[in-house]
Design a protein around this ligand. Structure first.
Ligand SMILES: [Zn+2]
Length: 298
């Protein structure tokens, strides 16, 4: 009798932790309503039964998507032949599952998405501790999907450096590093070697200085700033300034034309795409792309 009672209690407990799906446009946020993996911040200002952080994650992804795709003309990852998808799924996971990461991007398309098995989705994970009002992880992870859709190059100084750079879209960066040393740095092999060892730190160490030097300052349209607000009413775009959108887009497009060269050094195109995406021999091709864009001066 006691065992039966415990079994019933267990089933009841499980049934309260089933995954819920919140949809906003083509973005689906999949989260547990209770238990260890549920969003830690349960604030629900608009009393719709969905934690505000869940809605705010979807809002930030939609905002970043419209900015990069429609304003700055980055390639749309959904339309990439690598993905060919129609939706974006964001899974909220417990901090225990995520380890030290606030977000983890998905490199493969989800052929049978969680919200509809007949629909394909690109996807990434966000930790249940993330509050998008204070944290630009959704933009960072979405930018990885743009990268993956556009190029197979994945060396960290490019991959993490430009994903960290992309967070500027929804952040208010008060002081950018200046780019006065960029002309000499781009000719300096020792500097290049330092850049190749970098990762997230190359946003400030390389990509912002490059953008500043090239005077690639852009304004986020007022209409977009008005359109995207978190549940508490605050704007997703914390200011209207972003540096580097044209530079980074152009570099990615030039990189794409160098994939076959990098692959030929590594092996076959398939081998390179599967195992060579972070090979150190890629670095010179990525840097050559930067130099071409720099000397073309947009
Ligand atoms: Zn990243």
């Amino acid at each position: 009798m006691r065992i039966l009672f415990m079994a019933v209690a267990f089933v009841l407990m499980m049934s309260t932790t089933h995954a819920a799906i919140y949809q906003q446009g083509i973005v689906y946020v999949i989260y547990d309503e209770a238990g260890d993996a549920a969003p830690v911040d349960k604030t629900d200002l608009n009393v719709n039964g969905v934690p505000d952080v869940v809605e705010d994650i979807a809002t930030q992804v939609n905002a970043a998507r419209e900015l990069f795709k429609d304003v700055f003309k980055f390639p749309d990852p959904l339309e990439s032949e690598r993905f060919n998808a129609t939706s974006i799924e964001v899974d909220i996971k417990s901090k225990a599952v995520m380890g030290k990461y606030n977000g983890i991007s998905g490199k493969k398309v989800r052929q049978h998405s969680k919200h509809n098995p007949n629909e394909r989705a690109i996807h990434f994970r966000v930790a249940n501790t993330v509050n998008p009002r204070k944290n630009s992880t959704p933009t960072h992870e979405y930018f990885h999907e743009i990268q993956y859709g556009a190029t197979y190059f994945m060396n960290d100084w490019f991959k993490e450096g430009t994903a960290r750079w992309a967070q500027d879209a929804v952040q208010n960066i008060k002081e950018y590093p200046d780019g006065k040393n960029i002309p000499s740095q781009l000719e300096d092999d020792t500097f290049a070697e330092q850049v190749y060892q970098g990762s997230y730190d190359m946003a400030k160490g390389f990509w912002y200085p490059l953008a500043l030097n090239m005077n690639d300052k852009a304004t986020i349209p007022d209409s977009l700033i008005e359109k995207y607000r978190y549940v508490d009413g605050s704007p997703v775009f914390r200011d209207n300034i972003i540096y580097g959108a044209n530079v980074v887009r152009e570099v990615i497009q030039v990189m794409k034309t160098k994939e076959e060269l990098a692959a030929a050094e590594y092996g076959t195109l398939n081998e390179w795409r599967n195992k060579g995406r972070r090979d150190e021999r890629n670095n010179k091709f990525i840097m050559a792309s930067v130099r071409e864009v720099y000397h073309g001066k947009l």
